[in-house]
Design a protein around this ligand. Sequence first.
Ligand code: FEO
Ligand code: CA
Ligand code: CA
Length: 691
Amino acid sequence: MKKRPETAESLPILGHSGRSAMTCAYRCGSACAREAPNTSDNPYFGDILDQVLSRRGFLKLGAAAAIVLYAGARPSPAGAQPARNGGRRSGLTFEPVPPNDLDDMIVPSGYDYNVVVRWGDPILPGAPEFDFENQTAEAQSRQFGYNCDYVAFFPLSRRGRESERALLVVNHEYTNSELMFRDFDPEGTSQEDLERIQIELMAHGISVVEIRRRRQGGYEMVRSRRYNRRITAQTPMELTGPAAGHPWLRTSTDPEGRTVLGCLNNCAGGHTPWGTYLSGEENFNQYFVNAGMVEDRAKRESYERYGFGETLPPFGYRGWERTEERFDLAEEPNEGFRFGYVVEVDPFDPDFTPRKRTALGRFKHEGAETTLSRDGRPVAYMGDDERFDYIYKFVSSRKMAKGNGPRARKHNLTLLDHGTLYVARFSGDSPQQEIDGSGELPSDGAFDGTGEWVPLVSGEKSFVPGMSAAEVLINTRVAADKVGATKMDRPEDIERNPVNGRVYAALTNNTRRGAPGNPGPDEANPRTDNKHGHVLEISEEGDDPAATRFTWKVFLLCGDPDDSSTYFAGFDKSQVSPISSPDNVTFDERGNLWIASDSARALPQNDGFFAVPVEGPERGYLRQFLTVPFGAEACGPRITPDERTIFCAVQHPGEVDGASPDDPASRWPDGEQPRPSVVSVFRQDRGRIGS
Ligand code: FEO
Ligand code: CA
Ligand code: CA
């Protein structure tokens, strides 16, 4: 039963704070507990600019002079551009959900929700019903996977009813042995333990599920013979693009370096205008052992830059090498270079071999949402979700073909193999001494400035001295270090707003910002100990996603609005909801920004969805739309084309320290063991979401 609390005060607060060690271990290999792997001396560009400006003889400085000339010729700031829906109200009228700690989905008054698909639900014809006590890898390979994350919606139906039937495509980011299995033994080597590992391999990957609208609102799954599909960590995939076949991608089982088994840790993703699904491999480092035993020094150093552990992953050890030798880098030293890509899948073709697109680089890919340049070429925005890592953009060199005929389809499946990969460099326009880490706005009233997309590689041409094109695409972090990319506070989803054309980047948090031995605040990452993250708003020059220059400003500095370091685009903070750790984003038809939080309880409240107008008098008026059950993270969000439904992937319900099947911290959704699930949220009167 859905609970609708009346006031925040009436709700029980259990008092946990900070992400559970369990979530840290299984999701990202406890990355936060370790030093960030970016130890490059790549300085903040603003510092260079300050130095240059302080020296009158800047024309002697060569490359730096170009910066100054560029700064002088920069496009007008974002705020000076005419707002295409300026003055228009957001249309958001829902009553915000108060912060709470309940073990349930809480949606606004007048809304309802239903579970569309849960971990273990049979999705392929003939798959057995879920049996928590008797799981098998064979069953899991035909059932919905664990820890659903990114959600895409591909309409199937005829024109005019395009939201009635659809394909729901969902990533399964990671597994948690301690919650999936009773009496889990991390050191176990019995047949049962090995089967447990195979179950986890099958619970990773991607699910394609046909859904149809229910008469009472929301969606239900169809056990479709035609479309439903499981892609797992064992599904053969093709490596494509300039790095495919490179010696570093060859293994004993794949001497050509072109075929990989499976994708790992698929977090956010994207859906393309040509009807395919993109899925980003994120914390892939945590599945491998013995990176320190790789003989080639360059490979060892590369593994270090990507956070692989010398022997074991420092935390979150899975023991997968016990049944799959490829996860032991001492045995298969190149296998780790075959993960960390954006994977493209045609959800309409169940026989499609997923393709790892090397042209989009290799890093801890969060999402890869796409848009089209002014001349019709696909552009994908991408974050590398690690403290002090970078924001990237891929611009295809080919135009998208219109239509859905076989020729157009064939052509469009080449778009992500040909193009230029850029990394972002941000420069602030305020003096560095005014960026003191407190979150207090500088004297010009904004954390803002200019930026450029620095090319790393274009087709077979590398722009990075000493690195070939393939090397840039395999060691993308190293290449970006060399060109002076800006170290960001964990870039998550980055997406272009189809209404105002600006690009919104979620920087989820970075508590090491300004800590001893770590980079201090800069104007684009202006808070030290950035517990709650921020959102950047980027305006591409000429409103063209293919531009190489942009202006930017901080749109939100997240946290409890009572915290003086927070900022909600200047909106009255007494009216906004507390939010921590923005992660996935999307937009509604009016261009309002929707944000999913992965706060890991940095504020003592459940995660959820938030909606915030980006234009007009309500710009910055952020309200919480829903909260997810205890211990869960809110993922998605995805709004249907008719705006009558929003999907939420409820990831890792009940994932708090000490929880186990014998003592679960959540019993959502069925009053039994917690099961990660996708829900559809709808208005009881079937009206538009949010309004
Ligand atoms: Fe899997 Fe960056 O969140
Ligand atoms: Ca400024
Ligand atoms: Ca995410």
